[in-house]
Design a protein around this ligand. Structure first.
Ligand code: CP3
Length: 360
């Protein structure tokens, strides 16, 4: 089970999620374990395939630790993928070289949806909880470990489309043409996501994050009816302890800055922001109800060093000398980015925020 907070050498990330004061702003980066790191590419080559990497706890553990070993990051994230859930539900996941994810058996009818059941966490997804346990052990309390899942809506997108999609024609059509089946699917996914994150928490995850990558593909009313509603359900169903031992939940609906106030009412402890929302505006809008995570445009890492420094400084000052900010990019780091530019970003956030907190 979870070790107490005191056992952590660096608890800035968990303190910030609980909106407690910190000496400097904690930093972690979405996709921090990934192809932009040469050491990741080497382990990935040894594994043979991305799925093999995810399903071999020793290798998943190795790549989770790589960014934490290389950079002064304030959290580690489980190495896995959001598509483990549909795979465990029998859809047959594969990743073709140089292409995105593919399902052998996508949901193509009402009957396909009706046949689905809750996967068994131990037998179908035990490789994920094994990886969580191993990473927690190998971290030796250096930094906390984040577990994660896709959101019900984002998982449904991939399950219905059978892979990535530009317009989500099939997934979105279902919402209009057969909303009852859509709701049945999303309700089952909400129960599954809560059980999955609960299993990761039981195995040692010290915070959990839900990626609603495609929330922003929906109209405002559809976002509320088909995505946010099920994020609320995940938050309500998630077994995550009480009081000081309660495991924080981060929600990230990309492209959904229109609904920050509603996101802050879901029961989540923190809300992820992309770069289209200013941190100071977001803080004014949600008040002290939740912490905020974000939000620098990842593409700045392709720009020059002075631009990177300026963006990091701007983010620290936009949020200001208040508790409750976790620095991150507004989406994942790209595979072709230079790792040394990420180091500059992390160092600048740490240095600038330490100076700001010391003078406040
Ligand atoms: O470091 C981390 O953040 C932890 C690992 C992680 C991965 N995927 C590893 C991965 C996390 C948190 C994810 C989440 C994920 N996966 C999301 C939500 C976040 C987001 O990026 O929007 C989504 C939509 C997926 C689905 C997915 N997985 C796609 C569309 C792809 C192919 C596109 C791509 O980037 O290649 C993946 C593959 C994937 N997941 C890779 C990694 C490191 C690359 C695979 C490889 O090594 O060949």
């Amino acid at each position: 089970m979870n070790a107490p907070l005191a056992a952590l050498a660096n608890d800035r990330f968990l303190r910030a999620l609980k909106r407690q004061p910190v000496d400097r702003t904690p930093v972690w980066i979405m996709r921090q374990a990934g192809r932009y790191l040469p050491e990741y590419r080497a382990t990935r080559a040894r594994a043979g395939s991305f799925m093999k990497l995810c399903q071999t706890p020793e290798l998943a553990c190795e790549v989770s630790l790589q960014p934490v070993d290389r950079f002064p990051l304030d959290a580690a994230i489980l190495f896995s993928d959001i598509l483990t859930i549909p795979d465990a539900m029998g859809l047959g996941l594969s990743f073709a070289e140089g292409e995105g994810p593919r399902f052998a058996r996508p949901l193509r009818s009402k009957q396909d949806i009706d046949r689905l059941g809750l996967p068994d966490m131990a037998s179908d997804l035990g490789y994920v909880t094994d990886a969580v346990r191993m990473i927690r052990h190998e971290l030796h309390g250096r930094v906390p470990l984040i577990g994660f899942s896709g959101s019900p809506w984002t998982l449904a997108c991939y399950m219905i489309e059978g892979g990535g999609s530009e317009h989500f024609a099939r997934a979105k059509s279902l919402l209009w043409d057969d909303p009852a089946s859509a709701h049945r699917l999303l309700a089952l996914l909400a129960r599954t996501v809560a059980a999955y994150l609960g299993a990761q928490i039981a195995a040692g995850a010290q915070a959990v994050m839900v990626f609603d990558t495609w929330g922003g593909a929906l109209s405002l009313p559809h976002y509320h009816e088909f995505s946010l509603r099920y994020l609320r359900e995940v938050a309500a169903l998630l077994p995550r302890g009480d009081g000081a031992a309660r495991v924080p939940l981060i929600l990230f609906s990309k492209g959904c800055g229109h609904s920050l106030e509603a996101q802050a009412e879901t029961g989540a402890d923190a809300i992820g922001l992309d770069w289209t929302i200013a941190l100071d505006d977001a803080r004014r809008r949600v008040g002290d109800r939740v912490a905020l995570q974000g939000n620098v445009d990842p593409v700045v890492l392709y720009a020059g060093t002075s631009a990177i420094r300026a963006e990091a400084i701007r983010a620290v000052h936009d949020f200001g000398p208040h508790p409750g900010h976790v620095f991150n990019l507004g989406h994942g780091i790209h595979p072709t980015m230079d790792p040394e530019k990420l180091r500059l970003l992390i160092d600048t956030v740490h240095r600038e925020s330490a100076a700001l907190f010391a003078s406040a």
